[in-house]
Design a protein around this ligand. Sequence first.
Ligand SMILES: [Zn+2]
Length: 398
Amino acid sequence: MQETTVFCYRVSLSSTEWAKASDARRAAGDLWTRLVKIHRFCRRRHWRWPTEAQLKAHFKRRFPLHSQTVQALIEKFCATIDGVRTKRKHGDKQARYPWRFRRYFNPIFKGQALKMAGPHLLLPRGRGRDPIRAHLPELPDGQVVQAELGFGEIYLTVAREMPDPGPVSSSKAGGLDIGVIHLGMVSDGDEALAVSGRGLRSVKQGRAKAQAKLRKKRRRTKPGSRRRKRLNRARHRASHKVERVMRNALHHAANQIVAFCLAYGITILYAGDLGTLNYKTRHRRSRRTNQDIGALEFGRFEQYLEYKLRRYGIQLVQISEAYTSQTCPQCGHLTKMAGRTYRCRACGYRAHRDGVGAVNILNKGMHGEIRPGALLVPPRITYRRPVPLKGTLRRSCG
Ligand SMILES: [Zn+2]
């Protein structure tokens, strides 16, 4: 089974390498902005959007980038356009074509053009220009398909041969409820595991506060001044750190859910369909919920889960989570709950709210509907944090 994984490396570049990297990122931004402008121009006039080949021929050797980098960026832009077009065709009016002009954009380097010189990865910038030399501590096993250069970071896409999980002998289902207080609550009907989301939320709130503080300071500085530059750097540093803490926590949380599935022999995991949830709640979102772990993190969490589960032959199936948090697992009565405990108004059934969500999703996944009395919240729920709250996490909360 072939699998592609993206590895993220933080790289520290010398000032000359940093300048080269900035040039490449700026050139990529220029190209992206040109594409956005052309697209907008064509759309306004109802003209046919040029083909990928036409664009590639047009932009050949016009930017200080490797020819394959230019091609890769055009491919990326065209793929985005196609994606949005299909979404709009299927009735998603919120889907928006790329519209933002970008000063910087991450250039993409194709695998064939990449070279190693000792511990350095060489990112080509086209004929007549020095490649960018980035020191990488170690390369992952497998074949590097692509590299993307970010702000002080390099993302390597690596194709690897993974051992086949083998045929699945039995079939047992589990239910997963994704939420804010508990990032994930998973249950097979007998046991349940709750992975806390509180740490993540506090990191995010901390970021919002710290950003507001920096913005206020920044307002009192002159454009282009040393002080402003310093504050800009501080802001980027802080947000990158939060991003890393988040990513790490999401990976750990996903691993804990996978471990639960393996321990209890779950081969198919039902999860709520987050797409519909976002669509419905988008309009009546308060400031507070916007600050919570957003749709972005949930989507990422599911992505991580999906590929981690696939490695063990476990299937992640999304089902509509309509009414799964309101329906009483015992009698089927609908009660809207605000608190953390579910209390049924009809039969008096009491249980943990996220637990109700998890068993109802499992119930619905197995039977196609929530069958009253078929599955109740397990009496014992194990609580876990995705990562221990250490100094790093607290410090970044500012
Ligand atoms: Zn009830």
